[in-house]
Design a protein around this ligand. Structure first.
Ligand code: PLP
Length: 489
């Protein structure tokens, strides 16, 4: 086809009337999806490759109708969906989206602004500043915390560690890099054995290498042992390493344990190390006054990440990152680009200067809608209810003769395993619980995840979906008990 023919074949976007018609229909579809969500199994029942085998291998030469595409969405895509918004999705850290968040995402896609600099959309930048200040107040963070939104906690922690490395200004990493320089000592970062693997990935990305991360032992509650941290730092210094950063976790991935931020912070101050806190899931709990204790010692922290997309009903993705020295982040990442400079630069924030990416979605819009729609009290009530339901579940586990709780429950995740009276061999128990989890998830009625603690297979239940109610947790109890009894018999 010639360029002329292509041009004549129709230009411009979807006609407005058509957009309006399908827009209404799609919203109706979404509303019905939520209304009937429990009629779906949480996990799809499909084989690997099944979805791909039903999709066309070649892109269509001619445009198709929205009806045709939507029909395939229902027939081919939906059967392969894991329903993260299902109230019985209780695996991992459950991210759920809420009505105001979904509506705001739609507006954000329609506006399609790129908030790389203030000039490229002043409202995007200023709303990000304001909503992050709101969230900072809600969580009780100090005034000197400066915020930026990244996509995920993994990327936030990578930026924290880049800032920690940049703080070693005399080593001139920004200009000279790390490779081929015999004069630079080997850098070392410390995190607990239970820290998320995103910290390891950050270390790989930043050229420090996995040898540059030292995992610190945890106590019987899976919290970093600060004396072990101190010992490791002193030992490393004696052996020629250059300690530069510590990552504490508030709400570890497996058990949601809480590292002692104050003790770790005091060591960091004494040793002049950057302290980053990964509170990706657990941090949101601090919206509740009684949970503020999780950040005891927060004034000693250099940077922290919390994920509204994990436990604040925000459609994935939105990670809130706070740092006390944004100028170091700027030193690490800003590069003047003539085509993006403007006369307002001295008065405004250009978020592109504080991270790797240039283009930035208008993520703060959904956070603003969510905080305004539910209000601080509405968010507090929902988080408090999750904590209550998880604690009730934990009590049930503890009082049941055939189950045992495998870790403390500071938040809304319960780690447990079945321990029938007649099984005492650890390998047999592991196999039993592995099978039990499989049998539960195979029903499609409930989705739980697992972890290993001290070599023991452990089942995890997370109560953090905006749609999970008391009835769902009670149904989960019944199903778990029923499947265990079936396996025993
Ligand atoms: N940190 C912790 C403690 C996590 O549990 C997770 C994921 O579960 C992450 C970081 C990574 O989160 P993200 O998917 O936002 O990168």
């Amino acid at each position: 086809m010639s360029i002329k023919d292509i041009k004549n074949s129709g230009l411009g976007d979807m006609p407005i009337d058509e957009f309006r018609k399908y827009g209404h229909e799609f919203i109706d579809w979404i509303a019905d999806y939520f209304k009937n969500i429990e009629s779906n199994t949480v996990l799809p029942d499909i084989e690997p490759g099944e979805i791909k085998s039903k999709l066309a291998l070649e892109p269509p030469q001619k445009g198709e109708s929205i009806d045709a595409v939507f029909s395939d969405f229902e027939k081919i895509i939906m059967p392969g969906i894991t329903h993260w918004n299902h109230p019985n999705f209780m695996a991992y850290f459950n991210s759920t989206s809420s009505g105001p968040g979904i509506l705001a995402e739609m507006l954000s896609a329609a506006l399609n602004v790129n908030g790389m600099a203030w000039k490229t959309s002043p409202a995007a930048t200023e709303l990000e500043e304001v909503t992050l200040n709101w969230l900072k107040k809600m969580l009780g963070f100090p005034d000197n915390f400066w915020g930026i939104i990244y996509d995920t906690a993994s990327i936030s922690s990578m930026h924290a560690i880049a800032a920690a490395r940049e703080q070693l200004a005399e080593l001139k990493f920004r200009g000279k890099g790390m490779s081929g320089r015999k004069e630079i000592p080997k850098l070392r970062l410390y995190a607990s054995e239970h820290a998320h693997f995103s910290i390891d990935k950050a270390i790989i990305t930043l050229g420090i290498g996995l040898d540059g991360i030292r995992k610190i032992l945890v106590d019987d509650k899976f919290r970093m042992i600060s004396i072990e941290l101190q010992k490791a730092i002193s030992e490393d210094r004696e052996n020629g390493w250059l300690p530069f950063c510590v990552v504490a976790t508030v709400g570890t991935t497996s058990t949601t344990s809480i590292d002692p931020v104050r003790e770790i912070g005091e060591i960091c101050r004494k040793e002049n190390l950057w302290l980053h806190v990964d509170a990706a899931y657990g941090g949101i709990a601090a919206v509740i006054p009684e949970m503020k204790y999780i950040f005891e010692g927060i004034e000693l922290v250099d940077s922290i990440v919390v994920n509204p997309h994990k436990w604040m009903f925000t459609p994935i993705d939105l990670s809130a990152f706070y740092i006390t020295k944004p100028e170091i982040l700027k030193c690490a990442f800003s590069l003047g680009a003539e085509y993006l400079t403007s006369s307002e630069d001295s008065e405004v924030t250009n978020y592109m200067d504080y991270g790797l990416q240039l283009g930035r979605r208008f993520r703060s819009l959904k956070l603003w809608f969510i905080i305004r729609y539910f209000g601080v009290e509405g968010i507090q009530n929902r988080i408090a209810e999750h904590l209550r339901l998880a604690n009730e579940f934990a009590d049930w586990i503890e009082s049941h003769p055939d189950f045992e709780k495998m870790a403390p429950t500071p938040f809304s995740v319960v780690c447990f395993r079945a321990h029938p009276k007649n099984i005492n061999d650890e390998d047999e128990l592991n196999a039993f619980n592995d099978k039990l989890l499989d049998e539960i998830n195979k029903t499609g009625k409930l989705f739980l995840s697992n972890t290993k603690l001290n070599g023991k297979f452990v089942i995890r239940i997370a109560v953090s979906s905006i749609r999970t109610m008391e009835k769902n947790v009670k149904d989960a109890q019944h199903l778990i008990e029923q499947k265990m009894n079936e396996l025993i018999n």
